[in-house]
Ligand binder design. Structure first.
Ligand code: C2E
Ligand code: CA
Ligand code: CA
Ligand code: CA
Length: 279
C-alpha cells in the first residue's frame, strides 16, 4: 500500500547511509566475483638482501572488477570478513597460491616459499587445519615452503583454540609468521606461548627509519627481539636504499617492498626472477 511504502521509504532513507548501500552492492558483486574469475593473486617478491636472490613471495589478492577496475584488498577484505565470503575466498587464495608454488618448484626453483594471509575468520573455522592439509597434499607442497601470516590481533582472540590450531598447523610442517608486528594489542608474553617462526616488521615502522629516530628505534628493537627469540624477521615496505642499509646493518636480511618490487602477476615474477638467463 501507499502508506507502507511511504513508511519503508522513510525508514530506508534515514537508516541506510550511502556507505551501507555501497557495501551491500559490494557484497553482491563480491559474491559473484569468485565464480566470474574476477579475483587475481599478485605476488610480491621476498628477497634475501645478502645474495639479492628471490626466496619467496607473498600472495596478495586483487579484485579485477569489470567496471570499477582493480579494487584493493583493503576495500573488500573487510566486507568479505563481515559476510563470511572470506571463507571460500580464502580457500581459493590458498589453493591458487599453492598451485603457483608447485609450478615454480616444478620449474626447478624448489627452495621458493609462498606466504599466504589468513583472516581471523578463517582461523575460527573448525576445518581450517584439515583444509590446509588437503591443499598441501593436492599440490604436493613441501609444507615448510608454505608460510601462513596472521596478525597479532587475531592471536589475542580465543587464545586457547588459537594456540591449539597453530600447533596443529606447525605439525603439518607449515611456518607461521606474525604480520604487522608491533601494531596490534600485543603483550610480548604471547610470543612465548605461540608457536611462531617469524615476525614481519610492519611497514609503518620501516617507513622513514632514515629520518624518524622513533621508527628506527622500534625497528631495531623488533629485529633484536626476533634474534633473541631465534625467529626469522622480515622487513615489509622497504622503499629506499637507506632503509635497506639500515635494516642490513641490524642483521635483518629478508626484504619485501617497492624498492625491490611491487606485487606483480605470476608471469611477470617468472620473467623477472625465474626464467632470466642470470638464473
Ligand atoms: P599485508 O598482509 O600487510 O600486505 C602487505 C601490503 O603492503 C600489501 O598491500 C603490499 O602491496 C604493501 N606493500 C608492500 N611493500 C610496500 C612498500 O614498499 N610500500 C608500500 N606503500 N606498500 C607496500 P595490499 O596488497 O594492498 O594488501 C593490503 C592488505 O590486504 C594486506 O596487508 C592484507 O592484510 C590484506 N590481504 C591481501 N590479500 C589477502 C588475502 O588473500 N587474504 C587476507 N585475509 N587478507 C589479504
Ligand atoms: Ca601479510
Ligand atoms: Ca604486513
Ligand atoms: Ca599491513
Amino acid at each position: 500500500s501507499k502508506e507502507r511504502s511511504g513508511t519503508y521509504y522513510h525508514f530506508f532513507e534515514s537508516d541506510m547511509s550511502n556507505r551501507n548501500l555501497e557495501s551491500i552492492k559490494l557484497e553482491n558483486a563480491l559474491y559473484k566475483a569468485l565464480d566470474n574469475d574476477e579475483l587475481v593473486i599478485y605476488y610480491q617478491p621476498q628477497i634475501d638482501s645478502k645474495t639479492n636472490q628471490l626466496i619467496g613471495a607473498e600472495a596478495l589478492l586483487r579484485w579485477m572488477h569489470p567496471t570499477e577496475g582493480m579494487i584493493s584488498p583493503v576495500d573488500f577484505i573487510p566486507v568479505a570478513e563481515e559476510t563470511g565470503l572470506i571463507i571460500p575466498i580464502g580457500k581459493w587464495v590458498l589453493k591458487n597460491a599453492c598451485r603457483q608454488l608447485k609450478e615454480w618448484h616444478a620449474a626447478g626453483h624448489t627452495s621458493l616459499s609462498i606466504s599466504v594471509n589468513l583472516s581471523g575468520r578463517q582461523f575460527e573455522e573448525d576445518n581450517l587445519v584439515s583444509m590446509v592439509r588437503d591443499i598441501i597434499k593436492e599440490y604436493e607442497i613441501t609444507p615448510e615452503n608454505l608460510h601462513i601470516e596472521l596478525t597479532e590481533n587475531q592471536l589475542i582472540r580465543n587464545t586457547e583454540v588459537t594456540i591449539k590450531k597453530m600447533k596443529q598447523l606447525k605439525k603439518l610442517g607449515v611456518k607461521i609468521a606474525i604480520d604487522d608486528f608491533g601494531t596490534g594489542y600485543s603483550s610480548l608474553g604471547y610470543l612465548k606461548n605461540f608457536p611462531i617462526d617469524a615476525l614481519k616488521i610492519d611497514r609503518s615502522f620501516v617507513q622513514d627509519i632514515e629520518h624518524d629516530s622513533d621508527n628506527a628505534a622500534i625497528t631495531d628493537t623488533i629485529i633484536t627481539l626476533a634474534q633473541n627469540l631465534k625467529l626469522n624477521v622480515i622487513a615489509e615496505g622497504v622503499e629506499t636504499q637507506e632503509q635497506l642499509d639500515f635494516l642490513m646493518s641490524k642483521d635483518c636480511y629478508i626484504m619485501q617492498g617497492f624498492f625491490f618490487s611491487r606485487p606483480i602477476e605470476a608471469k611477470d615474477l617468472a620473467n623477472k626472477y625465474l626464467y632470466s638467463n642470470s638464473n
